[in-house]
Ligand binder design. Structure first.
Ligand SMILES: Cc1cc2nc3c(=O)[nH]c(=O)nc-3n(C[C@H](O)[C@H](O)[C@H](O)COP(=O)(O)OP(=O)(O)OC[C@H]3O[C@@H](n4cnc5c(N)ncnc54)[C@H](O)[C@@H]3O)c2cc1C
Length: 435
C-alpha cells in the first residue's frame, strides 16, 4: 500500500464527505425533449440498449419504442473479472432479469435480429419484419472462440483453462482453474486478442491477479508467467502500457512479455497452446499449467456481414464524434458494436448515451446532430488484491483523469474500492439512464 496516492484512511475520509459518488467518472448532457410520434427500434438489451431506452422513454413520451433482443438474462460484465480472480464468489451478483430492467412503456421483442435492410428501414427476425423510423444499434460484440482450434468453451475450469469474457459461469470456472494452479504454481500463459477488445484492460488485470494469487499461496518459487501479445503493445494507451510493464517488473514473478504471438490453437489434453508468429509466418508451442484465453472479437454477424452498415473491419460504421451512421442518418450506434477507437467499456456507454439520445432527437426534429463524444473510457486496473489504478483516457489515447487526488498511474485502495464496491451501483445508474 505504500505506493498509493490515496491510502485507505484518506479515502474513507473523502468517502464520508460524500465526494466519492460525486466524483465517479460518470457526467452528463441533457437531451432535448420531443413530442414526435415515431417508431424507434433499439437492437440489443445490454447496457447500451437499456440506457438508451430509459433516456428516450423520458425524453420522447409520444414515441413508440421497441427493444429487440432474445437474451433474457442481463450480465454485469465488469463483475466477471472479480469472479474470475476469486474476489467475488457469488455469480448471482452479476445477473439480472432483463424483463425487470426494460422501462415501462417500451415494447420488448425477445428475438434475435437476423438481418437489417437499411434502405427499407426494416428489421428481420425469425417471426417476421419490423419497420423502424429510427434505429439504435446496440448489439455489443461477438466473442470469436471458434477461431482458436481445439478449444471448447465447456472445458473452461478444467485442466488449467480460463477465460474471463464469456459468461458468469465461465468466469467462475476460470477462478476454479486459477485456484488449483496457484496451490502448486507452474507456468501461466496469458494471451491477448489480435482484434479490438471490450475492456482491453481485463487481460492485464487477470495477469496482475494471477501473480498476486501465487504470491499469496507461497508458490512463486515454482512459477513463471508469460504474456503473449499479437502486436507490439500490451495496451493501446502508451503511458498505461508503460506503467503496467514497469509494475510487472516489480512483482515476485515478473511476467515475461512476448510480442508478435497470436493464439491459434490449444491441445486441451496435453495443455499446449499454439501461437502463430505473424512476423515470420512460423508457429510456436507453449506448455502451460494455466492458460488465459482472450478470443478475437467481432461485431455480431448481423452487422459484420452487412456491407452497407459495417466499416472495413466489420464494426458499425459511425461518425466517431456524433455516433450517427455514416451512410444512414436515421441510424445511430451505441456501445461495443461501434467502429470507434478504443471505447469498448461501460464507461464509454455512460459518456456516449446522452450524446446519442440528444443527437437522435435533433435528427427526429429535423436538425443536425451537435453533441460530440470524445471517446472517453475508463478502467479500474486491478494491480493486486486491495489495489488498482483508475485509468481514464479519450479516443486519442490521452489520459483524462477526472478525480481529484487520484493519480491515474498510481495504484490506490480507492481505485480498488471503486471496482469492488462502487462500480456496480454506478453501472446500474447508467443503465437506468440517470447518469
Ligand atoms: C470481463 C469483462 C470486464 C469488463 N470490465 C469493465 C470495466 O472494468 N469497466 C468498464 O467500463 N467496462 C468493462 N467491461 C465492458 C462492458 O461490460 C461493456 O463494454 C458493456 O457491457 C457494453 O455494453 P453493450 O450494450 O454495448 O453490449 P452488451 O452489454 O454486451 O449487450 C449487447 C446485447 O446485444 C444483444 N444482441 C447481440 N446481437 C443481437 C442481435 N442480432 N439481435 C438482437 N440483439 C442482439 C446481446 O444479446 C446483448 O444482450 C468489461 C467487460 C468484460 C467482458
Amino acid at each position: 500500500m505504500k505506493n498509493s496516492t490515496l491510502n485507505r484512511r484518506q479515502f474513507l475520509k473523502i468517502a464520508a464527505a460524500g465526494s466519492v459518488v460525486a466524483a465517479l467518472p460518470f457526467g452528463t448532457i441533457h437531451a432535448e425533449t420531443s413530442l414526435q410520434n415515431v417508431h424507434i427500434v433499439i437492437m440489443g438489451c445490454g447496457l447500451a440498449g437499456l440506457a438508451a431506452a430509459h433516456r428516450l422513454r423520458r425524453r420522447m413520451p409520444n414515441a413508440q419504442i421497441t427493444i429487440i433482443d432474445g437474451k433474457r438474462e442481463h450480465h454485469y460484465q465488469p463483475g466477471f473479472t472479480l469472479l474470475a480472480t476469486g474476489v467475488w464468489h457469488n455469480a448471482q451478483k452479476v445477473k439480472a432479469d432483463n424483463a425487470k430492467l426494460i422501462p415501462h412503456g417500451v415494447k420488448w421483442l425477445p428475438e434475435t435480429v437476423l438481418e437489417i435492410e437499411p434502405d427499407n428501414q426494416m428489421i428481420i427476425t425469425h417471426s417476421g419484419k419490423v419497420h423502424y423510423d429510427y434505429l439504435i444499434v446496440a448489439t455489443g460484440l461477438r466473442l470469436g472462440y471458434e477461431k482458436i482450434d481445439g478449444f471448447e468453451i465447456t472445458a473452461l475450469g478444467q485442466k488449467g483453462l480460463g477465460s474471463v469474457y464469456y459468461s458468469p459461469e465461465a468466469a467462475t470456472a476460470t477462478w476454479q482453474a486459477m485456484d488449483i494452479f496457484r496451490q502448486k504454481g507452474g507456468r501461466a500463459v496469458m494471451t491477448l486478442a489480435p482484434t479490438d477488445m471490450k475492456c482491453a484492460g481485463a487481460p492485464l488485470k487477470m495477469t496482475f491477479m494471477v501473480a498476486d494469487r501465487i504470491r499469496q499461496a507461497g508458490t512463486t518459487n515454482n512459477s513463471q508467467i508469460d504474456f503473449f501479445a499479437p502486436k507490439t503493445a500490451i495496451f493501446s494507451v502508451k503511458p498505461v502500457a508503460d506503467k503496467v510493464l514497469e509494475l510487472w517488473q516489480t512483482l515476485e514473478v515478473p511476467p515475461q512479455v512476448h510480442y508478435h504471438h497470436e493464439l491459434a490453437a490449444v491441445d486441451m489434453d496435453k495443455q499446449i497452446a499454439y501461437f502463430r508468429l505473424p512476423e515470420t509466418g512460423g508457429e510456436t508451442a507453449e506448455q502451460y499449467d494455466f492458460l488465459h484465453i482472450v478470443p478475437p472479437m467481432f461485431a455480431p454477424d448481423v452487422i459484420f456481414n452487412n456491407n452497407e452498415l459495417a466499416n472495413e473491419n466489420g464494426w458499425l460504421n459511425v461518425h466517431t464524434e456524433t455516433l450517427q451512421h455514416k451512410k444512414y442518418p436515421n441510424i445511430f450506434g451505441l456501445g461495443d458494436v461501434n467502429g470507434t477507437p478504443r471505447g469498448k467499456t461501460a464507461a464509454t456507454v455512460k459518456k456516449s448515451t446522452p450524446v446519442v439520445v440528444h443527437n437522435l432527437i435533433r435528427v427526429i426534429n429535423g436538425q443536425a446532430p451537435d453533441a460530440l463524444f470524445d471517446g472517453y473510457t475508463s478502467c479500474p486496473m486491478l494491480v493486486r488484491e486491495g489495489e488498482a489504478m483508475l485509468v481514464e483516457f479519450n479516443g486519442k489515447g490521452e489520459l483524462t483523469p477526472t478525480l481529484p487526488l487520484v493519480d491515474p498511474l498510481q495504484p490506490s485502495y480507492f481505485a480498488w474500492y471503486l471496482e469492488d464496491v462502487m462500480l456496480k451501483p454506478a453501472y446500474m445508474t447508467v443503465l437506468r439512464g440517470r447518469a
